[in-house]
Each structure stands twice: as structure tokens, then as C-alpha cells.
Design a protein around this ligand. Structure first.
Ligand SMILES: Nc1ncnc2c1ncn2[C@@H]1O[C@H](COP(=O)(O)OP(=O)(O)O)[C@@H](O)[C@H]1O
Ligand SMILES: [Mg+2]
Length: 378
């Protein structure tokens, strides 16, 4: 019996499904649990570099000396297995300069572990948006490079990979920087293949408060445009150097998207460009903010595709300001904790009222079993 079927049995997966799925994974290495223990010095707390919705991340050193990020998925979560399988199957085939590379994985007993290349300059939430000291000088040149790289990575997932991949959790902590400040999008744990022949899909909502597109959060409509909304919020964060939500600020200043829209209407967009940049090109920075606003429009069809975002960022395509409308639904969504089951007709064993909202620090990840009908906005 293969290790894999021993670990996960046949109950959760149709006969043959798991083995076939794993034998398709050829671009990644498998590691034993012992190798993972050695690499992390027995999962020493000092080696822990982060905690996300699905488990802990440790910095580790493999036998050959290479540094890796070891993501240990929480064992008690049965959903974790599904995400794990999705993640290895999807990521292992997708490689791009602006996407984090999956080195391998480990499944043994209840453990499910992902091994990624270690990115020494951390994630944008810890550095650019973090409250502590940060040694990186986020100049305008660096920020532009980050915005353009993330755009390329997401455009690749959305428009070049077949079938298209919707990331579903674009946010600052999923943007990692390598030693040259090249941004890499991480975490395809929630991404799903998006076969073009599918007219409906049964899945769960996943995402992070503050980045969730209204139609996805409220109605479960998942399209590439939901990622583009999250990307828009991220773009605002990068240019302003402020997290999308900051409860320590005065009420009118707490929600970045709302604030940017308000300042835009008052002709004061410049006031939101991060003043710590000495080399800033103010026109360009304001253009980036407007592109962020366009991406975060409440109507999905008003949001540009990622390839058009790319063209707008580099000036090939003009942003038409008359198209900029109220991003809408801001405060309500920001305060929104748990997504309620909201189906329209289609029945599915996956639908139900099981809601699960977990908090880590100041972000809340919401999940809900649900069925969506009709994927529009292709
Ligand atoms: N490959 C990596 N290299 C360096 N740091 C990483 C890597 N992957 C994740 N991290 C760090 O670990 C933290 C937790 O990651 P994760 O479990 O994906 O949760 P989340 O993205 O929700 O914060 C991230 O914020 C990031 O700073
Ligand atoms: Mg992450």
C-alpha cells in the first residue's frame, strides 16, 4: 500500500483518485517527516516564521544546505487535506518568475507539510506594512517593481495557465520578496483549477477580510475579478504604505479603500502617497492609486483584466477616469466576519450551514460551505 493511501484512505477520495492525483505530481520532491524534523531542529519555536490560516511556517535547512520555508498544515483540519492536495497538484506544474516555487511536500501519519524555497526578504505585511523596524528601503523604484511583478504573476495565473487559476487569497502576506526584491506570489492552497467548461462549481469561500470582493463574499461568485479586487486593495497598500485596515486611526481614516476613494473625489490623492519615498514620481504614484481604485470597483465587469492592468501600469493603455465609480460596500464588508451559506438552487453535498471563522492577529479568514451557480465574467 502506498504511503499516501495509508495516510488518507479511500474514504475521502474515490477509489484510485488519490494515487492518480499524486502520480501526476512530478515536479516536486517528497520528504520524510524525519527530514522535516531535522531541517527545523524538531520544529523549534525559534525557527517559526509565521502562522497562517492553515498552519505554521518554519524556516528550515535541508541536508544540502538550502534554506526552505516549511509549512506545516494543521492536522485537525480535515479541509487541510483538500487544500494540501490542491496546492501540490496546482503549484507543482506552474512556474513563473513571480510565483513562489514549491520544492516538495511530506505526508506521513497525520502530517501534511509543504516545502517552499525560502525568501529572505519576507512578506509585504511584515516589512512594508509591518509595525516593527524594517531594514528594507521601499523606494518608488522598488515598489514599482513589486507592483509590476505581482501583476505579471497574477496575469500569468489568470490568462496563461490552462485551465486558468484563480488565486483567491491575494494579500500582502502572500507577496514575498527574494534577495533582489523580485516579488513572488505565494499560497496556492486555496487556488483551484478553473476548467473553462465548468458552468457551476461547488466549493468553499476562502479569503481574507479587507481583500474580499463584495460579490464573492456576499454571493460566492468566484471569478478572476475577485482576485483583481484583492489586487486593487494590495496596490493601494503598496503605494500608500498603509494596511487596508487600521483600527488605531480616526474612524474616517480606518479603511484605506474608502479613504483613497474619498481623497480621489476631493482631488487630494497625493496625500495618500507614502511620504517616506524620496524618489517618488507623484503622477505615476497617483496613477497606480487610480488603477487600484479601478480594480476594486464594486461591479466585477468594471474591473480591468490583469493584462490590461499591466498595460495601464506601463502607460500603454490609458485609464479612463470617467469609468471610476464608488468602490462601494466598504465598511459593511470590512466588518463582515462570517460568510453565510447562500445557495441559489443547485444542491450539493458540500453545501450547508457550517461556518468557520478563525482569527489570527488582525486578519480574519472566513470559510463557508456553499454552492455557486454560474460563473460569469470569464
Ligand atoms: N517561502 C517563504 N519564505 C519566507 N517566508 C515565508 C514563506 N512562506 C511564508 N512565509 C512567512 O510565513 C507567514 C505565514 O504564512 P502563511 O501560513 O501562508 O499565512 P498567511 O499568508 O495567511 O500569513 C507569511 O506571512 C510569511 O511572512
Ligand atoms: Mg500565505
Amino acid at each position: 500500500m502506498s504511503m499516501f493511501s495509508w495516510c488518507f484512505g479511500k474514504r475521502a477520495f474515490p477509489a484510485g483518485g488519490v494515487d492518480r492525483e499524486l502520480s501526476d505530481v512530478e515536479n516536486v520532491r517528497t520528504y520524510t517527516y524525519k527530514e522535516m524534523r531535522v531541517a527545523t531542529e524538531d520544529f523549534r519555536p525559534e525557527n517559526k516564521i509565521g502562522q497562517g490560516g492553515f498552519g505554521s511556517v518554519y524556516k528550515g535547512t535541508l541536508k544540502d544546505g538550502s534554506l526552505v520555508a516549511i509549512k506545516v498544515l494543521s492536522a485537525e483540519s480535515s479541509q487541510g487535506l483538500k487544500e494540501f492536495l490542491t496546492e501540490i497538484t496546482v503549484i507543482s506544474d506552474i512556474q513563473h518568475e513571480n510565483l513562489v516555487k514549491l520544492h516538495g511536500y511530506c505526508v506521513e501519519g497525520n502530517s501534511r507539510i509543504l516545502v517552499y524555497g525560502y525568501l529572505e526578504n519576507g512578506s509585504l505585511d511584515q516589512t512594508l506594512l509591518g509595525s516593527g523596524q524594517c531594514s528594507i528601503n521601499f523606494t518608488w523604484e522598488v515598489r514599482k517593481k513589486i507592483c509590476i511583478g505581482v501583476t505579471k504573476g497574477l496575469a500569468y495565473l489568470h490568462e496563461e495557465v490552462q485551465p486558468h487559476v484563480i488565486h483567491r487569497d491575494i494579500k500582502a502576506s502572500n507577496i514575498l520578496l527574494d534577495e533582489h526584491f523580485t516579488p513572488k506570489i505565494s499560497d496556492f492552497g486555496l487556488a483551484k483549477l478553473f476548467p473553462s467548461h465548468l458552468t457551476h462549481i461547488s466549493t468553499r469561500i476562502a479569503g481574507t477580510q479587507g481583500y474580499l470582493a463584495p460579490e464573492y463574499a456576499m454571493r460566492g461568485q468566484l471569478t478572476r475579478k475577485a482576485d483583481i479586487y484583492s489586487f486593487g486593495v494590495l496596490l493601494l497598500e503598496i503605494v500608500s504604505g498603509r494596511p487596508n485596515q487600521n483600527r488605531r486611526l480616526p474612524v474616517e481614516d480606518q479603511y484605506l479603500l474608502e479613504r483613497v476613494w474619498q481623497q480621489y473625489r476631493e482631488g487630494e490623492l497625493e496625500s495618500l502617497v507614502d511620504t517616506s519615498m524620496e524618489d517618488v514620481d507623484m503622477d505615476e504614484a497617483c496613477l497606480y492609486l487610480k488603477i487600484g481604485l479601478l480594480c476594486a470597483q464594486s461591479l466585477p465587469k468594471s474591473r480591468p483584466s490583469m493584462s490590461n492592468v499591466m498595460k495601464m501600469l506601463n502607460g500603454e493603455l490609458e485609464l479612463s477616469e470617467k469609468d471610476l465609480a464608488d468602490p462601494g460596500l466598504l465598511s459593511e464588508l470590512m466588518n463582515y466576519k462570517t460568510v453565510k451559506n447562500n445557495t441559489s438552487g443547485t444542491s450539493s453535498s458540500g453545501s450547508g450551514n457550517h461556518d468557520d471563522s478563525r482569527s489570527y492577529g488582525n486578519t480574519t479568514t472566513s470559510y463557508a460551505n456553499m454552492t455557486f451557480t454560474a460563473i460569469t465574467e470569464r
